[in-house]
Design a protein around this ligand. Structure first.
Ligand SMILES: [Zn+2]
Length: 197
């Protein structure tokens, strides 16, 4: 906040809210004070930023009333107070329902591509089986393959298809169905490759 500005609520060191302009557009904004040093400014700013993204008008992602220690909107930053260094900038943690704790995510620090084995199983002769794997961030580009792990020369052994469920705004579930094309049981690996985001 600039020195020439006054804060609307003298008890707050930062806030995010919105107003409606003359054309009917709702304008989202936030402000923070300089309440000590740069680390404290970025701590408060990161708090208001994540809350403005997840709850710009007090009507989106809110906690259960009374779970935070303040009046008004009870948002994902309001139940967390720890701060940590993220690439040289001090930021405050926020509540992750998926992790059930306060987190400081380091996305997009991942380096791509990376890959791995999600599961192993035995695919019975001449039959199909399905698996699902969930909580994959929707922003990842993921490809799947089913690979036999025992030698079986002479022809194709396995085919598969991948179906996708958008389980929530943030996560997808992959449903993978594999068919054993042979008359032998086959040990398989379900492999993923994350190409990027
Ligand atoms: Zn807050």
């Amino acid at each position: 906040m600039r020195a020439s500005c006054t804060r609307p609520n003298a008890n707050f060191i930062g806030e995010h809210t919105y107003y409606t302009d003359g054309s009917g557009n709702r304008v989202h904004f936030g402000w923070v004070t300089n309440n000590g040093n740069l680390d404290r400014v970025t701590t408060t700013f990161s708090h208001e930023l994540v809350e403005s993204c997840t709850d710009p008008e007090g009507s989106a992602i809110l906690g259960v009333a009374g779970t935070c220690s303040q009046g008004g909107w009870c948002e994902i930053g309001d139940v967390c107070s720890s701060a940590s260094d993220l690439y040289g900038v001090t930021v405050q943690s926020f509540w992750s329902e998926n992790d059930q704790r306060c987190i400081v995510p380091d996305w997009p620090a991942d380096t791509y591509p990376y890959s791995g084995v999600q599961w192993t199983d035995i695919l019975p002769a001449n039959s199909a089986a399905s698996w699902f794997t969930y909580n994959w961030p929707e922003y990842l580009f993921v490809v799947w393959e089913i690979v036999p792990t025992m030698p079986g020369p002479g022809g194709a052994e396995v085919t598969w298809r991948v179906q996708i469920e958008r389980a929530s705004g943030a996560y997808v579930t992959y449903w993978i169905t594999a068919t054993n094309l042979t008359n032998q049981d086959i040990q398989i690996e379900g492999r993923y490759s994350v190409l990027g985001h």
